[in-house]
Design a protein around this ligand. Structure first.
Ligand code: GLY
Ligand code: MN
Ligand code: MN
Length: 440
């Protein structure tokens, strides 16, 4: 939990300023830290700060509440006090001095003082912004305080206007990444790309799926990732067709493909990369043909990422390549109708082109504005991840293609000129994958 660099501190402060600029006079923002979740008795699940809270404060400890006062341009932090007896077991706490010194809090109080001080802070505020749908406990606490205040303030000069959701405002800020965020994401993607290359080099028939997961995690953690961005997916054969397969407990068989979807989290920012390759290092003709179709679709999707393009253009580009391929393979007739195409695509490509990426792997931010697919803007990061899934028994496709799940996923930054593939170092062409796997 090292000290932040000066640059990061500046970023958090600027974000608070920009957030406040969205709010009318008389507003107050309440943002709670992520909860600690008990696993059993005195054990907790590994703690992860709430990403909106982190985005505005950089503060990573639990049991905290940040308050922004836009009129006063102030940050007030309620957090845990220093406590040598607790720190002996769990490590240093920032305390109130640390909150002010390291996190730019104008005032800091012990979290135990919250209920008394919150009533003072809420008095005379016209609008209270908080995560309305995600923090029922805080909402209940605020409503109780408001009930008490109302009894005393019938002649309040600033009439109370209500509780408002802060989440959409932060989501819209988070969808456009700043320079330091892009650096973290590039680092996460580059480490994760090396992890995928490691897994290709390590793979041998007879290994267990979890052994490859271990190879990936070794690279993430040894290069400074503090977490996995999501549980790694390592699926051989039909398991690759389970979109969020996480059991990873089956042997990898000679002649099968294996799909790996895994990314590390570096300095809170996620990578999300998928590669698919032959367990024995050599693609069969069918595997190569299907792989190259997914690769062509992915390239078309990446090429559609440019400022001004709608998000949906990525999916349209992918589907166009797929349909041509399905007709070439003889899976669909040349004169195929729209309905048949749609049903067939849904069957073997049942997901969209990807999602925003950032602090969360499925990051915040709307995909549609006023019923229209949102236009891409420099600073956005999205995944492009087409896949085809043909487990045994897929009667819509001839039997020689059964047992394959292929997805290829990269992390794409929208730039002024077009795009930049942050995860391009993970081997991806048939030639590159076979070459990497040969060098064992
Ligand atoms: N790793 C989850 C996803 O690709 O969306
Ligand atoms: Mn993924
Ligand atoms: Mn993804």
């Amino acid at each position: 939990m090292g000290r932040m660099t000066a640059d990061f501190k500046h970023d958090f402060k600027e974000r608070r300023k920009r957030c406040c600029a969205h709010l009318p006079p008389g507003s107050i923002v309440l943002l709670p830290a992520g909860p600690e979740v008990v696993r059993t008795a005195d054990q907790h699940y590994p703690y992860h700060q709430d990403n909106d809270f982190y985005y505005l404060t950089g503060f990573v400890e639990p049991e905290a509440l940040a308050i922004l006062l836009p009129d006063e341009q102030q940050l007030i932090l309620f957090n845990r006090p220093r406590d040598p007896a607790k720190e002996l077991w769990d490590g240093l706490r920032s305390g109130q001095d640390g909150a002010k010194r390291d996190h730019g809090a104008d005032h800091a109080y012990s979290i135990s003082e919250l209920s008394v001080k919150l009533a003072e802070l809420l008095a005379q505020r016209r609008r209270i912004y908080l995560p309305l749908l995600r923090s029922p406990q805080l909402v209940a606490q605020v409503l109780e305080i408001l009930g008490g205040l109302q009894a005393k303030s019938r002649k309040q000069e600033n009439p109370f206007e209500g509780l408002f959701d802060i989440a959409p405002i932060l989501a819209e800020m988070r969808v456009i990444k700043e320079a330091n965020e892009i650096n973290c994401m590039r680092n996460a993607a580059e480490i994760s790309a090396r992890a995928h290359a490691d897994a290709m080099r390590a793979c041998r028939p007879g290994m267990m799926e979890y052994e490859l997961a271990a190879v990936l995690k070794h690279r993430f953690y040894s290069e400074g990732c503090q977490n996995v961005a999501y549980p790694p997916i390592v699926g051989g054969g039909d398991n690759a067709c389970v979109l969020h397969y996480v059991n990873n407990n089956q042997p990898l068989r000679d002649g099968d493909l294996v799909l790996i979807d895994a990314g590390g989290e570096f300095n809170h920012y996620a990578a999300d990369i998928t590669r698919t390759f032959p367990v024995n290092g050599r693609f069969t003709p069918e595997q190569k043909a299907l792989y190259e179709l997914v690769l062509a679709a992915q390239q078309a999707g990446i090429d559609a990422v440019a400022p001004g393009q709608p998000f949906i253009a990525v999916q349209e580009a992918i589907v166009n390549v797929f349909i041509t391929g399905f007709i070439d393979f003889g899976w669909l007739p040349k004169d195929v109708g729209d309905q048949q195409v749609e049903a067939f695509c849904k069957k073997i490509y049942p997901h969209s082109s990807g999602h925003w990426l950032g602090l969360d792997v499925h990051d915040m931010g709307a995909y549609w504005h006023h019923g229209e697919s949102r236009a891409l803007v420099p600073g956005m990061v999205l995944t492009v991840e087409p896949g085809l899934y043909i487990p045994h028994g897929t009667t819509e496709v001839p039997e020689e293609w059964w047992g394959m799940g292929i997805r290829i996923e990269d992390d794409i930054l929208v730039t002024e000129q077009g795009n930049d593939n942050l995860s391009q170092d993970a081997p991806k062409t048939v030639v590159d994958i076979e070459a990497v796997m040969k060098k064992k």
